[in-house]
Design a protein around this ligand. Sequence first.
Ligand SMILES: *[C@@H]1O[C@H](CO)[C@@H](O)[C@H](O)[C@H]1NC(C)=O
Ligand SMILES: *[C@@H]1O[C@H](CO)[C@@H](O)[C@H](O)[C@H]1NC(C)=O
Ligand SMILES: *[C@@H]1O[C@H](CO)[C@@H](O)[C@H](O)[C@H]1NC(C)=O
Ligand SMILES: *[C@@H]1O[C@H](CO)[C@@H](O)[C@H](O)[C@H]1NC(C)=O
Ligand SMILES: *[C@@H]1O[C@H](CO)[C@@H](O)[C@H](O)[C@H]1NC(C)=O
Length: 952
Amino acid sequence: MGVPRRTMVKVPHSHPEVVVMLPNPPYDQRISSARVWSGIWSITKHVLLFCLGMIVGALFLTSNDVQKRCLESMVAVGFSSHRAREICYKNPTVSHSGVLTRFDCMPRNANAQDCRRRGCNWDESVQNVPYCFYPDNYGSYSNENVTNINGRTTATMRKKLKSPYPEDVDLLQFEACAETESRLHIKITDAKKDRFEPFYPVVPQVDCKSSKNNQYQVKISEGKMGFKVLRSSSGKVIFDSEDIGALIYANQFLQLNARFPAGSLLYGIGERQSTMNIETSAFQSFTLWNRDAAPTDKINLYGSHPFILIRDQYDQNNSKWHGLFLLNSNAMDIITQPGPAISFRIIGGIMDFYWFMGDTPSKVTEQYLEVIGHPHMPPYWALGFHLCRFGYGSLDNTILVWNRTRAAGIPFDVQWNDLDYMDNNNDFTISPKFSKLSEFVEMLHSIGMHYIPLIDPGVSAGEKKGAYEPYDYGLELGIFVADEKNKPFVGKVWNGISTVWPDFTNPKTVDYWRVMLEKLHSQVPFDGAWIDMNEPSNFYSGTRKGCPKNSLNYPPYVPNVLGGQLFSKTICPSAKHYRGNHYDLHNMYGISEAIITSFALVEIRNEKRPVTISRATFPGHGHYAAHWTGDVFSTWNDLKLSVAQTLNFNMFGIPFVGADICGFNGNTTVELCARWSQLGAFYPFSRNHNSDDTKEQDPVILGPTVVTAAKNALEIRYSLLPYLYYLFYDSHVNGKTVARPLFYEFPEDENTHLLETEFMWGSCLLIIPVLEEGKTTVEGYFPIGTWYDLNSNKTLIAKSALKKTMNAPLDLIPLFVRGGCILPTQAAKATTTESRKTPLTVRVYLDANGRGQGSAYFDDGDYVYSIDEGKYSLVNFAVKNKVLVGTVAKSGFAQIPTLETVLIHGECASVTKLEVNGKTWNNFTHNKSSCILTTIISANVLEGIKITWQTS
Ligand SMILES: *[C@@H]1O[C@H](CO)[C@@H](O)[C@H](O)[C@H]1NC(C)=O
Ligand SMILES: *[C@@H]1O[C@H](CO)[C@@H](O)[C@H](O)[C@H]1NC(C)=O
Ligand SMILES: *[C@@H]1O[C@H](CO)[C@@H](O)[C@H](O)[C@H]1NC(C)=O
Ligand SMILES: *[C@@H]1O[C@H](CO)[C@@H](O)[C@H](O)[C@H]1NC(C)=O
Ligand SMILES: *[C@@H]1O[C@H](CO)[C@@H](O)[C@H](O)[C@H]1NC(C)=O
């Protein structure tokens, strides 16, 4: 739940803070020419400084005067008079590939006079682009001493021009390190002193290696500003910052501008509530500063992911993709513009970039996850359906809803409670209305279900001394985030009077948090932790009295954050943590809490896998924990955007993700909730959750339409869980995505590049949800291949890619399996615990050449070290020439289900004979009209299996 929730207006744009945000355009605070001239006419300090003796003349300024003044002020900034003349007497409009490209020279309070003083061009003849922009060859820094030894390119960058921001760094150290053949690491640091660098994610430290096979090259030239990165195979520049815009490296303002190749497509940069593909036809600003705000377009949200996936080349069936990651935890704006081009404006830390050369999207993700950490392996039960709401109000009511959900036969694994289970909203307490919670949870365990409660980071500071141990003990250990006087920093969240925040960067907090969770666990044996409000969210902006006036709380440049100040609805940036200022650490608060929570859960729950569902995230988060997309609205728009959000987080290395099914804020409707239940059954993390000021929205209360939709879709999910579980294994071990866009599988098919209405599980399952109101059909796009309709078993052969309109009544979600896949499945039961006990079915879906492959992964489902200790089994299946073989790749876990049924889809010829492990086997049926060959066997796949068949 979010800060403004109770006052949240349902129409996002009428939200008071959104209104504040909207007139603040992302690229520039442009000022009308009338205001510019009135600015010049008024006797400002600039006029006094630069037009001394010209005050009278200023009333009758000619363009000559403007140019003259421009010249004077540019020379004062450090330009040569020749260069100043070039700039002041011309007013070039920079053009690149025929598209207007402008690098904003004055992102705040732009006006012609100050613009020219910066040595920039002013042109307000074009709307919706910066009026004040850098000329070509601005040359704020100049490269010197370029060296290149053993895969390590270094240079010194010397400041040539003063920036408008305080504390410019005079000398920068540039280092480009060839870390692997596909991974380039470029760091630009202060040559003389250390600056802040984030401690998460823990990135690999490797020696640079020169190799002829490097897929990239770095070009940095003496006397120029900036550098270029090229793709070796084509020689094409994929990142060009050489003499583009201005490099700025002031203490609290770091800027780098660059161009991408014409025609590039951009994805990534999160968290945001908009399409996956970043529209570059207009200027857009993306602000990264973790913030509790109901997901809305163009505002900073709960997590910060400065990662970009770029399609740098596409020509007829040949596409190349790469990734760009900025490892920096400070607040920043990332601005994209036509060209396409990019600007990074960061208010602290260093410039620390990684390039991942791909060249496919899925390779880019693998290479990125090698740096930030592979996703964790969730327990099997967590892949079941979860149900929650804020405002059950009592255990009795929780049980009522739980009971009717089960009674309706909806597969269901995890019951949750929001804040209302706590006493007075205080962490680690139980409300009298939930006094029998522990019996309920034990009963859930007895029937193979699980339970997850909400836990906020904020600890109540307003209880009587001795009455609330979480505060007293924290105070004693000195683990709370501190103010400038080294007293706990006090704000307010849900607690009655006031709130303090544990500092998860303090080593002592590891014990503190474990002890607190352990005490709660000894009262209620919960199975996971839902960590909310960890941006961190604060009902105050700073303390009750705001934040001290200093350069951390009021930096010279404030990115386009919601609310206009860094401390809007959070802790003061000047607050102190064990490892630094909140200013630098803010975006890592959530990941720090998630890591310590997950470690505590492993200890408390005897080495079972932790389930930590966190709202705030940062790169590397997926290695430890999961995410849900926060307080989405019950609207069709949010339903649709949840696809993009789910896929983005898979790209960010947090595959265990989902949106609140049926929407959190606002009242849902039967139709919306039916459609959302269908789509939500295919979120990797599948949970229905709802706010307390809305109508109940568990499937049963909404009636048979929603029950049927949810039940049908969840039964399919449950039957496919062995496949989903394998995908999580593949993600954990190999850095693959679980849910993925079609262009991850079909990068050569340009039609998939902007396709955001359908997605896949792995390479095999195509999900085509209905995302619009009042529709009972949906158009699907099918890349070349054979597609098996999972609902009807009909085969769709796409000799060339095709679009097809399909029936999609309210009880059905179109699902297709790609020819060439082999899926392990089990029967859907009331819980995953029961499903896991049912026999295994292997479903083979032949491609046009009669081939296919797939894998099944088995372990005990819950032990945290299953993979590390080799206590798992892995079987790879492959079929060709009517021979299906199951090969044991690993046999470290024996209690696996019996393989009972093998289904071969796509065998249309009459089957005359079938053999299992070399012996004739008569127990098969063949349906010629549906082309399905079914055989019933009873085998242990860990002994290997071979099935052959003959046709006439
Ligand atoms: C550049 O190289 C020269 C010659 O090796 C050296 O004297 C000078 O100190 C270097 N400058 C910087 C800024 O590193
Ligand atoms: C659950 O519902 C069934 C009827 O569907 C009822 O018999 C049973 O008592 C209920 N259990 C609880 C704990 O409410
Ligand atoms: C939801 O509907 C209920 C009942 O009609 C109404 O009382 C409530 O105000 C609505 N909530 C919202 C957030 O619109
Ligand atoms: C489709 O095939 C599956 C086996 O893969 C079977 O369980 C199901 O009943 C079939 N559905 C229809 C509509 O024939
Ligand atoms: C095939 O196997 C099923 C399940 O074990 C069994 O019920 C059936 O009788 C068998 N049919 C034949 C022809 O052996």
